[in-house]
Design a protein around this ligand. Structure first.
Ligand SMILES: [Mg+2]
Length: 264
């Protein structure tokens, strides 16, 4: 009997030490502290831990100039984007933007303007990226342009709510996108189809002027032009750091999540 009790104790101790497993009252097991280390109860590597760290590094702009996401993170990024977390993260950003705007004493002179990026900010290309590895594959301009030309990108709902609230407050809207000028008509059509029915400015990239220039240079220059026209950029939102770095960035900037691609 004594040996039997000791063997049960040792078995339980081993299970607890190696896998943090506890038995519940029904005799099945519960795993505790699942993010404790990178090794799961079976001794296997828990990939999600390093992929979530990688994503945090990307969003905090510590991981920069990357061309593709780590191949082992495809599933993680896909689950993130198609699950609740991406939407919840987008909601926090847009809500904060709205709370900020509500705190302002707006001039009401018709010159207050908000700068929205387009891709992964107002419009979502998730239907495209879901078919192309969620950023695992190198960017394919031809394939992506075929998708853009469909004009079928849905709105990112959280940004659309902000857009509607800003309009209700009398704030003008400027869309500033890295899409080339030749995509102007389809982009306007797509925006309207997705529910963005009006704007003050729709600025696309003139690739003859900005050929070889970074997105930071392009967007800074175009925002400067807005200010020279008398607009006050009260806010600026995008999914890339290059949307919100540089000059003439506006009174406050907001960074939406984007673990799929990086634009300098
Ligand atoms: Mg974007």
């Amino acid at each position: 009997m004594k040996i039997f009790l000791i063997s049960i104790f040792v078995t339980l101790l081993l299970a607890t030490c190696h896998g943090n497993i506890l038995f519940n009252e029904h005799g099945s097991t519960n795993q505790i502290f699942p993010l404790r280390v990178k090794i799961g109860s079976g001794g296997h590597y828990i990939q999600e831990v390093s992929c979530s760290s990688w994503r945090l590094g990307v969003e905090a702009h510590n991981v920069i100039n990357w061309k593709t996401i780590p191949i082992e993170c495809e599933k993680y990024v896909g689950n993130y984007l198609l699950g609740d977390q991406y939407r919840a993260d987008s909601k926090v950003v847009n809500r904060e933007a709205y709370f900020y705007v509500k705190s302002l004493n707006l001039s009401g002179d018709g010159k207050d303007i908000w700068v929205f990026d387009i891709d992964e900010t107002t419009l979502s290309n998730l239907p495209y990226y879901a078919k192309h590895g969620f950023g695992v594959n190198p960017f394919d301009e031809t394939l992506f342009n075929e998708w853009v030309d469909l004009g079928a990108a849905p709105a990112l709902p959280e940004s659309q709510k902000l857009y509607n609230k800003l309009l209700n407050l009398g704030i003008k809207i400027a869309f500033l996108t890295g899409r080339p000028l030749k995509q102007r008509d389809i982009t306007a059509k797509n925006l309207k189809k997705a529910g963005y029915h009006t704007w003050e400015k729709l600025i696309l990239k003139d690739t003859t002027i900005y050929h070889g220039k970074t997105a930071v240079t392009y967007k800074s220059t175009e925002r400067k032009k807005l200010e020279e026209e008398g607009y006050k950029i009260i806010g600026n939102i995008g999914d890339q750091w290059s949307d919100i770095l540089g000059t003439n960035i506006g009174n406050r900037t907001f960074k939406l999540p984007d673990p799929i691609y990086y634009i300098a």
